[in-house]
Write a protein that binds this ligand. Structure first.
Ligand code: CUA
Length: 196
């Protein structure tokens, strides 16, 4: 038997052990793959954010959550869908344990829509699946999200922020109707469209 070198680094590798240059090369390849994935993911975030107008609802607009019902934009008669002079639509909603008020909103398709939402108590979430609408609703602030629905349809609008024991049941509807059938609806229809 040949004599083993005293320096362990100089001993021949046993069968099945991958030599160091191969290990280094493989690790370098994987580092390059991970870096490429990070770059791709960041690019996806930036591109979707810009093209689909996804953004945090960070227009820091404050409101007194204790007096929503008494005065200002979110008094009861002002809730629901309102048509602006330019033809766009503003929807005002209050989130509270455990419902959204109004319980259903009717909006026209193919029209710029602005949701303005605030909370009367704790943090809630406002989400319309398969759209760009997804925001936290923080008491003391007004969250604003803009969107446009291409087609008429029904949207479930679940609260997506845990807000208490009734959170799972906190769901509302957004009913999107054809643009030409919308203006004939009166305000009562716009806020009582829920089909139970
Ligand atoms: Cu409101 Cu969860």
């Amino acid at each position: 038997m040949a004599e083993q070198p005293t320096n362990p680094l100089q001993r021949p590798l046993p069968d099945g052990v991958v030599p160091e240059p191969v290990v280094v090369r493989t690790e370098e390849h994987w580092i390059a793959i991970m870096a490429a994935m990070l770059i791709i993911f960041m690019a996806v975030v930036v591109v979707t954010g810009v093209t689909h107008a996804l953004h945090p609802p960070s227009n820091v607009e404050v409101i007194d959550a204790q007096t929503l019902h008494l005065n200002g934009e979110f008094v009861e008669s002002n809730l629901g869908t309102a048509v602006e002079p330019d033809g766009s639509v503003t929807v005002r909603i209050i989130a509270l344990q455990f419902d959204f008020v109004p319980h259903c909103v009717l909006v026209p398709a193919d029209t710029p829509i602005r949701f303005r939402i605030t909370s009367a108590d704790v943090v809630h979430g406002f989400l319309l699946p398969m759209t760009n609408v997804n925001t936290m609703v923080v008491p003391g602030f007004v969250a604003e999200v803009r969107t446009r629905f291409k087609e008429p349809g029904e949207y479930e609008m679940p609260c997506n922020e845990f807000c208490g024991l009734g959170h799972h049941g906190m769901v509302t509807h957004v009913s999107v109707v054809a643009k030409d059938s919308f203006p004939t609806q009166n305000l009562f229809d716009r806020t009582t469209c829920a089909q139970e």
